[in-house]
Design a protein around this ligand. Structure first.
Ligand SMILES: [Zn+2]
Length: 525
């Protein structure tokens, strides 16, 4: 008995040591990708291309084959818009008030931005048009020719996924444009702001990118857009007879929000220069072992790009993007290595996809989903975007958990590893629609995304929230931050087992019959 117990202890200790060793191998990739040398891996920069070369070399080492024809690279063309000059004013009667940008408002800019615009303002509650919920914030408002002002978020009475889907900038703009609006102003709800306004201002004004293919542009004919500092929203609403506090109060109490037009116009001037820029997705293929099923593809994805460089913060100007999302790319590499033939048999093919342009609005994945490099059917996307291994992996939070059969798959492999699974704890943050998995969801492909989970109220929640406040999209998201190496390695193991389970299942994954996202499945399938 005693001997057996001692052996077990040794085994447990060895296993623990192994996880840390595996975590160190994983972190080595992060250290390279997030090194200052790569200058934040901005789309179109030499640093991004070096990162892409590194991933290709690692994919080859892991035995992957080129996944874009004869190539590991899928070229993606972008239009980069650089802001030259700008001005913003509120006009009430004969008075005009200059608005400091970026101090008080952040202007959007794209190839569609009007160089000069003056337009009336309407406040449209949450600015949501959701037919399924009989919710129409534009109803009876004089939206034509106007700029629509709205509070970010949405009411609880609209189901989480519906609300998430319709509250993307693209969907909001689609509705505003259909109603004849020329622009929009978002006022964030301070309760759900992930990055404090002052910190957002630091990176505002950096060049922006859109896909060069206008058919894939989500903000077509958006002439004017801005976000307004919620602390100063009363400047914007002055003269309307409404105070921002009262609107917020109504929102927080789940009461209906006011809708009104007031006697003010917004006057803006935006000068932008545009140029075409080339980038690429990196695609590695582990072809399936079954002659039939190998034409079906399970995608594991992460984004290779980050924000590049900006104004120095405490002497540091490089946005290294270690967690966001060098960590996910490092996991792609480690999972590919672990699946190296003949270690594991997978009937379906597995595509390892490192996408560009996530930080510009999931553009690389959108391009890939619209122009897949493989001819067969894509059956699933498992996306890793800053899953945040900041503490031991006891809980795995899964976005999209209850939408498709993939939920059962992840529960099974996580439970086998002694890890509990939880659904998205903060559906208001719209995370399921805010990273690359959504590009696939919109094409009907069942998908999941992940975070290290926790039970609210403990130190883990504090660590998690502190990371968002202080590091998310900040220069301190670098390779010097604390990380739970063993947890990350265990996460990689779970993802690997999940991919294998899906690749080997009889049936391809499917949406639940009552899932909102099922609507995107093409009728031919
Ligand atoms: Zn990011």
């Amino acid at each position: 008995m005693r001997l057996a117990a001692a052996l077990l202890l040794v085994a447990a200790a060895l296993a623990a040591a192994d996880w840390t060793a595996a975590g160190k191998a994983w972190w080595k990739h992060v250290e390279y990708l997030a090194s200052d040398k790569l200058e934040g891996r901005n789309v179109g920069s030499p640093g991004y291309d070096q990162a892409a070369a590194y991933v290709t070399a690692q994919f080859e080492k892991a035995g992957l084959k080129p996944g874009a024809g004869a190539n590991f690279f899928q070229p993606v063309q972008f239009t980069e818009s650089t802001l030259k000059s700008w001005g913003l004013a509120l006009v009430r009667g004969v008075n005009s008030f200059d608005i400091p940008v970026p101090g008080e408002a952040h202007l959007g800019f794209s190839p569609d931005s009007a160089s000069q615009i003056e337009a009336p303002l309407v406040f449209a509650g949450y600015g949501l048009v959701v037919p399924e919920a009989q919710h129409d914030d534009l109803k009876d408002l004089p939206v034509k020719g106007a700029v629509v002002v709205y509070l970010s978020g949405g009411p609880d009475k609209i189901d989480g996924n519906l609300r998430s889907h319709y509250s993307s900038t693209a969907e909001r703009w689609k509705a505003f444009r259909a109603a004849g609006a020329v622009g929009m102003i978002a006022i964030p709800d301070p309760r759900s702001m992930e990055i404090p306004w002052a910190r957002q201002s630091l990176s505002w004004g950096m060049p922006r990118m859109s896909l060069a293919d206008p058919a894939l542009s989500s903000t077509r004919s958006l002439k004017f857009s801005a976000a307004w500092d919620p602390d100063k929203a009363d400047d914007l609403l002055a003269g309307s007879g409404h105070a921002f506090e009262e609107i917020l109060e109504a929102a927080h109490q789940q009461k209906s929000l006011p809708h009104f037009k007031w006697n003010a116009t917004i006057r803006a001037r935006v000068s932008v220069s545009n140029r075409t820029l080339a980038s690429k997705n990196v695609v590695g293929l582990r072809s399936g072992d079954d002659a039939q099923l190998r034409n079906e593809y399970v995608i594991i994805s992460a984004h290779l790009d980050h924000l590049g460089t900006g104004k120095p913060v405490n002497g540091d100007r490089i946005y290294n993007g270690a967690m966001d999302d060098a960590s996910g790319i490092a996991s792609l590499i480690e999972i590919a290595s672990a699946l190296k033939k003949p270690h594991a048999a997978a009937k379906r093919s597995i595509l390892f996809l490192a996408v560009t342009g996530e930080e510009k609005g999931e553009l690389g994945s959108e391009y890939f989903a619209a122009h897949p490099t493989v001819a067969g059917r894509i059956v699933a996307d498992l996306n890793m975007d800053m899953y945040l291994p900041l503490f031991p992996l006891k809980w795995l939070e899964v976005q999209g958990l209850n939408e498709s059969s993939l939920g059962e798959d992840v529960r099974t492999v996580a439970h086998a590893a002694g890890v509990q699974v939880q659904a998205d704890k903060e559906p208001n943050r719209n995370r399921f629609i805010r990273s690359d998995q959504y590009s696939f969801v919109k094409h009907g492909v069942p998908a999941l995304a992940f975070k290290f989970g926790y039970i609210p109220g403990g130190t883990e929640e504090e660590i998690f929230k502190d990371w968002y406040t202080n590091r998310y999209h900040g220069v301190s998201d670098d390779a010097k931050q604390p990380v739970d190496l063993a947890g990350a390695a265990q996460f990689n193991e779970i993802l690997k087992n999940l991919a294998l389970r899906v690749a080997n299942a009889e049936e391809a994954p499917s949406w639940k019959t009552d899932s909102f996202f099922r609507r995107f499945v093409k009728p031919t399938e």
